[in-house]
Each structure stands twice: as structure tokens, then as C-alpha cells.
Write a protein that binds this ligand. Structure first.
Ligand code: ZN
Length: 476
């Protein structure tokens, strides 16, 4: 059932496989060779993400076809992706992989040949999966195939018809209202024929087989926030994870929406039991605050971790319950899998006016939003990586922190490196039953400070690890 190529299904070593910052092809164009020293790490991340998005933006992606392949080839310049091709007609759970769609050209023209709607000017102009056509027709026959947004008269809508054979064009309502010719020529120069569905996968092995899943869709044409922002942030996160030796294993999926996750799940059901935490990434570059959509389980560890991280973030955020609508969390959270996978976004799909229109373009993105989204994800990963259960070696009475160089009076002059309340909370709750996340939640202190306090207490031989199970329930 399909083929994968690239780096092997379980990549064991990435040495030399990833481009360094200096080798990044996006870097050279906009900045001089000496600029690296002048850019902070977050500026470098932001620059790489924006450059990647700019490079991917013009490509006409769909759920199958060469636009997806081209996109994955560009990502492969950054990450050692495994590229998988699964034939049309393959049954994937209750679905079937459709015919492959590739488009070369499409237009609506006046009788004199003047193109008035031109796919080559904006790939949103064609309804995705439009079947080939070359016909002259009266306006009355053309109109049912034209899609516009009366409420947003200057924007081109984004429409698809993956599973119902049809053809159509998307145009601004202003343009639609101005069509007065009696006849038009309509051309869609496309192939809709047996081929493959293509997706990309990256497995970063950790110390344990338990896996963290990150999934983003790669099937939208020239839309920036919806699909490209998730791709860019996921790419940077994967680059980051490759520089550390993670405790968990990480799996990144770059897949066409819906049919791609169904395909991956159908082909990898044996791997799903190892997924301990997961996030679908989408719409991460707009100016809005973070929105977290919980997993179907609602109290999965990932739900707690994201809630904790956001609760200590300086920016506004919202958390909403799972609903069986949205992105690929619909598939990961279907009852037969019920994976602990939530969805991390800024403004959710359908809730910003530019969504699925030509206004979801590069100007909608904020580099500081991309950087902040990445930062939130890195903090989430830090909790996943750093959570553990400890036992105090001095449970009777408080340990004397002063003689171990760990004491600073609360509210007094700060001489210690460590947060005193974090030290006291960890020393108190390290009873073999509370994880560091339990302690961070109960103390109302960011996980990073709790983690640092635990490390200090371990260094002073006041703590020992008892149980690395992360599935302990919330504190009692
Ligand atoms: Zn979308």
C-alpha cells in the first residue's frame, strides 16, 4: 500500500542531514553575510519562518499532486523528511484516496480571447479538483460555476470539490457583478487521473519509544495563515528538536488535510498506541492570541500541559473544548483512536474574516506571532520532556536549605539562584505521588522554575527520582 522514500521509516541519525543557519538558502537573499551576528535567535527563527512561507506561498497545493510534492521538496531542504506516495484508489479506513489532480492553466475569457479570470494570476481562482473543460457557454450557464463573497466583494474565495466531480471558478463579487458579455470561453487545463497521495513524515528518535505527534496540513494553495504558518512553525520546532537528544521520540506529519491523516492512521495503526501527546498545528501566524482546542479526552496530559504553559504566558489566550469539527484532530480523536491530540492555533479556522479568502495572504502574518507560537510550543515540549515524579530524601521536617546554599528569605534580598517558593513546593510535594507538573499547577508557578528547583534539590541530594510514569493522575 504505497511507497515511502527518503530517510527510512525510523530515522536513527540525522548527523549532517540538516542545513545549518549558514547553509539556509533563504538566508542569503535578503540579508548580507555578516548579518547573522546582528540577529537574535528569535529573529533568526522569525526570518527563516517568513522566508519559508514566502517561498511556499505561490505554489498551487491541493490534497494530491505536484504542488504537494514541490512543497515537500522545499521542506526537505531543511529536514530529512521521508516522502510517502500512496496510490489513488487505496482504501484508507472508510475513505478512498482520490484521483490525483494537477493543473497547468485555467481561465475564463471573453470571445476576443481576453482573460478576465486567470489561474496564472491567482491560483485561488479555480475550484480545487475542477475537472478539465474547454467550452464556450452563455453567461447563464457559467454563473452557477462562479463563486464569490457578496459580503467581502473584493476578495476571492477558496473553494474545493474533492469528492464530487465538478468545475468552477472563484472571483471577487465586484468582478462577478460586472460580467455582462453574452458568451464566455471556459478552460481548465488539468489532469484528474490515477496517481498518488503524497505526504511527508519525520521521525526523531528519543531515549524512549513513547512518541509526541505534531501534525500540520499542506493542502491549501496560496493561503498563508491557514496551512503555511503551521508548516513553518512545525519545521522550526523539528529543527530545534534535532539539536537536542530528546527523551521522547517525535513524529512530524506534513499531510493533506483529512485524507492525509486518514491515510497515515490507516497505514500506521500499530504506531498509534505509542503516541502519548500530540498537537495539530494551524493558523499560527495571525495577530490574534493563542487558542487551544482540547483533545477529545479533555483531561489528557497534553491538555494539562498546554493549559499550564498558556496560564503563565504574558499574552491573552483561550481554551476551548473538543468539537468534532476543525482540522486533523477530528481523525486522531475519532473514537477508534481517541489519541491525546489537541489543536494549537491563534485565531481559529473560520473565525477571522480573511479565512479561506485571498486576504489570507502574506500581509496577514505577523513575524512576532510566528515567533511567539514557536516559543509556546518549545515551552510545551520542555514540560513534556522535563516532567517526572520525585521522592524527597528528607521528608520529615523541611530540609535546611541554607547550609546547602539554597536559601534566600522570601521577600528579602535575593541571593539564591532559585525561586524559594518553587524549592519549598517541590520539597513538600515530592512524595512519590506528584509529578512536577502537578506541583507546578498546585503552586501556580511556571514549570521551568519548578524544574529548576527540582534540579537544585537533586544536586543537593534532597530528591530522588521514583517513577517516570507521566500518567499519574492530577494531585489529590
Ligand atoms: Zn483551510
Amino acid at each position: 500500500m504505497g511507497q515511502c522514500s527518503g530517510s527510512g521509516s525510523e530515522i536513527k541519525a540525522f548527523a549532517g542531514a540538516t542545513r545549518t543557519w549558514e547553509e539556509n538558502p533563504h538566508r542569503a537573499g535578503a540579508r548580507g553575510a555578516g548579518d547573522k551576528e546582528k540577529m537574535s535567535l528569535s529573529e533568526q527563527s522569525s526570518f527563516t519562518m517568513m522566508s519559508l512561507i514566502e517561498e511556499l506561498f505561490p505554489i498551487c497545493r491541493s490534497i494530491t499532486g505536484n504542488g504537494v510534492r514541490q512543497t515537500l521538496a522545499i521542506l526537505k531542504a531543511h529536514l530529512p523528511l521521508e516522502i510517502c506516495e500512496v496510490p489513488s484508489g487505496t482504501r484508507v479506513l472508510d475513505w478512498t484516496i482520490p484521483l490525483e489532480w494537477n493543473i497547468r492553466d485555467a481561465y475564463v475569457a471573453r470571445q476576443d480571447g481576453t482573460r478576465i479570470v486567470d489561474f496564472l494570476a491567482n491560483n485561488l481562482h479555480v475550484v480545487q479538483y475542477s475537472r478539465p473543460i474547454d467550452a464556450k457557454m452563455p453567461l447563464s450557464e457559467l454563473l452557477p460555476h462562479l463563486h464569490s463573497l457578496p459580503d467581502q466583494p473584493d476578495r476571492i474565495p477558496y473553494r474545493t470539490s474533492y469528492y464530487a466531480e465538478n468545475w468552477g471558478f472563484c472571483i471577487s463579487h465586484r468582478q462577478l457583478s460586472g460580467l455582462t458579455d453574452e458568451y464566455y470561453r471556459v478552460v481548465v487545463d488539468a489532469d484528474l487521473s490515477p496517481g498518488h497521495l503524497t505526504y511527508g513524515e519525520l521521525f526523531i528518535p528519543g531515549a524512549i519509544d513513547d512518541t509526541v505527534l505534531f501534525s500540520c496540513h499542506i493542502c491549501h494553495p496560496s493561503l498563508a495563515n491557514d496551512n503555511l504558518s503551521g508548516i513553518a512553525v512545525a519545521t522550526m520546532l523539528a529543527l530545534h528538536l534535532q539539536t537536542i537528544r530528546p527523551r521522547y521520540s517525535y513524529r512530524f506529519l506534513f499531510i493533506p488535510g483529512t485524507i492525509g491523516s486518514l491515510t497515515w492512521l490507516a497505514r500506521n495503526e500499530d504506531k498509534t498506541a505509542r503516541i502519548r501527546h500530540g498537537l495539530v498545528l494551524s493558523c499560527l501566524g495571525d495577530a490574534g492570541g493563542i487558542t487551544y482546542k482540547q483533545s477529545r479526552r479533555s483531561r489528557a496530559m497534553i491538555d494539562r500541559i498546554v493549559t499550564h504553559v498558556l496560564s503563565h504566558d504574558e499574552l491573552p489566550y483561550s481554551i476551548r473544548p473538543f468539537v468534532p469539527y476543525g482540522y486533523d484532530e477530528r481523525q486522531y480523536c475519532s473514537p477508534g483512536f481517541n489519541l491525546p491530540v489537541g489543536c494549537l492555533m491563534r485565531t481559529p479556522n473560520g473565525e477571522y474574516s480573511e479565512y479561506h479568502t485571498s486576504a489570507d495572504n502574506l500581509s496577514l502574518l505577523r513575524s512576532e506571532s510566528l515567533t511567539h507560537s514557536l516559543s509556546v510550543l518549545q515551552r510545551i515540549v520542555a514540560v513534556i520532556e522535563g516532567n517526572a515524579v520525585y521522592l524527597s530524601r528528607n521528608p520529615k521536617g523541611e530540609p535546611q536549605l541554607g547550609r546547602r546554599g539554597l536559601y534566600a528569605p522570601i521577600g528579602g534580598q535575593r541571593t539564591a539562584t532559585y525561586d524559594q517558593m518553587a524549592l519549598l513546593w517541590v520539597a513538600n510535594l515530592a512524595d512519590g505521588r506528584h509529578s512536577l507538573l502537578d506541583i507546578a499547577e498546585r503552586a501556580g508557578i511556571p514549570f521551568a522554575k519548578i524544574r529548576a528547583a527540582a534540579d537544585a534539590l537533586i544536586g543537593a541530594k534532597l530528591l530522588e527520582i521514583t517513577n517516570e510514569s507521566l500518567e499519574l493522575g492530577p494531585y489529590k
